[in-house]
Write a protein that binds this ligand. Structure first.
Ligand code: ADP
Ligand code: MG
Length: 683
């Protein structure tokens, strides 16, 4: 850290600042108020409104410590105008020093400025725990609004304000953007934007500023988005400078696989296969996200990419988030590829140690397609010549794992698949370092899934519907929710439902699948369901992703109100895979919270994954949406992807231009915003 940028403060203060992530002058400059208070005008006590923050001025006429009902300090202030109106300041907890200051002020007849909200107390108007200050007789009122900053214990607003005011003088506020461009977009300079936001003139008004649509806020938000774009773009370019195996193949293996399939690829599948094939032939690592709604047929696309890799003489690793899903993939890929002479290997966390060691050895040598859970990443398998990594259901992995994988041995090509579509603004921000392919067409012959909502009180009707359905030879899923607080309760719920359905559907076969079965047990249950030996599969959310059984045409989701939108969409996508008319029943428990009601409404009204994801982003915000808590990505503090979508677009264009025309300024901009936190810069 250059000394010029260090904060000059005692170590104790510096430690507290550090808790807020403030280590440099730049950080202080960008630590913007969360709100403002208007202390620029005095309101007379007489007739002052209640419930709104305001400033009054007066002299203490009385200070008392009341013993009952609780010990408290009450200071009575007479309005400075001398009109006789009074206001009580009530302190439910206080220090002796505070009492003395107020008594002193009373004895000396000093003026007091008090800021707070008036409420109607027992003995007239009062303020509880107001902020107050002794002032001189002719002390001028501040000309600017008072900023209120996010802070931490032991660091007062006053101290923070002084530090920030000094930082505004000492920090380098040089303009890094093109001034003509700025003015054509009605954006102020950086220096004037931050100066204004830290001390806005009273004329702007608290409300207008808090709405954050003032040009100064827009400038700051733009800069933040620009930093994010620069950082991602930088990572993207850095990746393109890395070497990766050039996977050239005549397409024989892929051709044989395609010829053996019982269906033709859709136009969308053919298009994305071509996009991926072109990337694999490049000398730098592909990092492509393959998006396609649930059931759009991503697996075959991945298999074709694996064919190209294998034909070119390299290995493919195929990873899924759960063992059940990984195993399903393994079985499917084996059925497709073993007849073509491909050597497949199943590698999962559940295997005995000895076997695992043996398989790792095989992975290190002859295996061509290695399928497993992300145990594959965790237990550093030494691949002999890894050419392609395929990650299914990428949204389950999170951004951090994505970065981890990127650092993993060599620079294999990466194909990430996700059924959780990323709304456009997110795709342009958090995922901007990826290339994206989209399957926007469903295989023919699918029947849409009808969604029905039932209150739990009508459970019997649902059970009767299940009975009728399995009587016709169809199969059903019955999903019990994961109960976050208690793994035991979670299991119990599934066990209870399984027992109850076993009784209610005595003539049918009811199976049970949950996370605590051993992996062989899970595999056996799943195999029985696939083979049609189980009619109703009671399951926890372990079946959420990717499971594919065409004969299953009913999905019952219990406590649907507890699930997130993406989960509901995924679960619903487990049915409607064959030609049978399919139904998804959402059982909910009343009363519904407003948020749960909103989610159920969205899932009821929409079938399209993109629409659902857009609503999801809107309801939850990007942090929750991408699981940022573990993501390790610097989150946006000021910009709002929903409200500031236009700025995202500008920032994208500017980032490309800036990196090309003025990399030094780009670097300085990143430094200003991310300091040493920019992981991507170091990657
Ligand atoms: P997802 O995109 O959700 O991973 P899958 O790859 O599991 O979807 O495909 C869903 C089902 O559709 C599978 O049974 C798959 O074999 C089948 N499928 C894939 N592509 C086609 C196609 N072009 N025509 C018909 N069926 C297809
Ligand atoms: Mg899938």
């Amino acid at each position: 850290m250059p000394m010029a940028d260090a904060i000059d403060a005692p170590p104790a203060i510096r430690n507290r600042l550090k808790k807020l992530g403030l280590e440099r002058l730049d950080d202080l400059v960008l630590h913007l108020p969360s709100r403002y208070e208007d202390e620029t005008q005095i309101t007379a006590i007489a007739g002052a409104p209640t419930g709104v923050p305001l400033l009054i001025e007066g002299r203490i006429v009385d200070v008392t410590v009341k013993a009952a009902p609780h010990r408290q300090l009450v200071a009575r202030v007479g309005d400075a105008s001398g009109d006789g109106s009074v206001l009580d300041l009530r302190f439910l907890s206080f220090y002796g020093s505070q009492q003395r200051v107020l008594e002193n002020a009373r004895d000396r007849g000093q003026r007091l400025r008090v800021f707070g909200e008036i409420r109607c107390g027992y003995c007239g108007p009062e303020m509880v725990h107001p902020r107050y200050r002794v002032v001189t007789e002719d002390e001028a009122l501040p000309q600017s609004l008072t900023p209120v900053y996010p802070t931490t214990a032991g660091l007062s607003q006053g101290a923070l304000r002084r530090l920030i005011a000094r930082a505004l003088e000492d920090a380098d506020l040089v303009e890094l953007l093109d001034e003509a461009w700025l003015s054509s977009h009605s954006l102020p300079s950086f220096a004037s934007a931050v100066t204004l936001l830290h001390a806005p003139p009273r004329t702007l008004g608290v409300d207008a500023l808090q709405a954050r649509s003032h040009p100064a806020w827009r400038r700051v938000k733009f800069d933040e988005l620009l930093a994010q774009q620069l950082s991602l773009r930088h990572a993207y370019l850095a990746r393109r400078r890395k070497g990766a195996p050039v996977l050239l193949a005549a397409g024989k293996l892929a051709g044989r696989l395609a010829a053996a399939l019982p269906f033709f690829l859709t136009g969308a599948q053919r298009r994305v296969v071509a996009e991926i094939a072109a990337d694999l032939g490049q000398p730098h690592p592909m990092q492509r996200l393959l998006q396609g709604d649930v059931g759009s047929g991503k697996t075959i696309v991945a298999a074709l990419a694996a064919c190209q890799t294998i034909e070119a003489g390299y290995q493919t690793a195929f990873m899924a988030p759960t063992e059940i899903l990984a195993e399903q993939h393994f079985l499917k890929l084996r059925a497709w590829l073993e007849p073509l002479g491909v050597e497949l290997l199943w590698l999962a966390g559940g295997l005995p140690k000895g076997v695992r060691r043996e398989r790792r050895l095989q992975a290190a040598t002859t295996a061509q397609l290695i399928v497993g859970t992300h145990a594959l990443i965790q237990e550093s398998v030494d691949f002999a010549h890894l050419g392609l990594v395929i990650v299914d259901e990428q949204h389950r992995f999170g951004v951090r794992q994505r970065l981890e994988l990127r650092r993993k041995g060599g620079n294999p090509h990466q194909l990430m698949m996700s059924a959780t579509p990323i709304p456009r603004t997110l795709a342009m921000t958090y995922y901007a370092d990826l290339d994206v392919s989209v399957i926007d067409e469903m295989p023919p012959g699918r029947s849409p899934v009808r969604t029905r909502l039932f209150s739990d009180a009508r459970r019997d009707e649902v059970v009767a519907a299940v009975r009728a359905l399995v009587g016709r030879g169809r199969q059903a899923y019955w999903v019990c929710p994961l109960i976050e607080e208690s793994a035991k309760l979670d299991l119990q719920a599934a066990l209870d439902t399984h027992a109850a359905l076993g009784v209610a559907l005595a003539d049918h076969r009811v199976g049970l699948l949950h996370g605590r079965l051993r992996s062989e047990e899970k595999a056996a249950v799943m195999a029985a369901f696939v083979a049609g030996e189980i009619d109703v599969l009671v399951a926890t959310t372990v079946i959420e992703v990717g499971v594919d059984v065409a004969n299953a045409s009913l999905m019952v989701i219990e406590h649907a109100e507890r699930f997130g939108l993406a989960q509901l969409h995924q679960l619903r996508g487990r049915v409607g895979r064959g030609s049978h008319e399919s139904v998804c029943v959402l059982l909910y428990q009343q009363p519904l919270s407003a948020a749960a009601r909103a989610r159920l409404k969205v899932i009821f009204e929409h079938a399209d994954g993109f629409e659902i994801a857009r609503h999801d982003l809107h309801l939850r915000g990007p942090g929750e949406f991408i699981g940022s808590r573990q993501s390790g990505m610097p989150l946006l503090r000021y910009a709002d992807l929903d409200a500031d979508a236009d700025l995202v677009e500008f920032a994208r264009v500017q980032a490309v231009r800036m990196l090309r025309d003025d990399p030094a300024r780009a670097r300085r901009h990143l430094q200003r915003w991310l300091g040493n936190r920019d992981e991507l810069l170091k990657a």
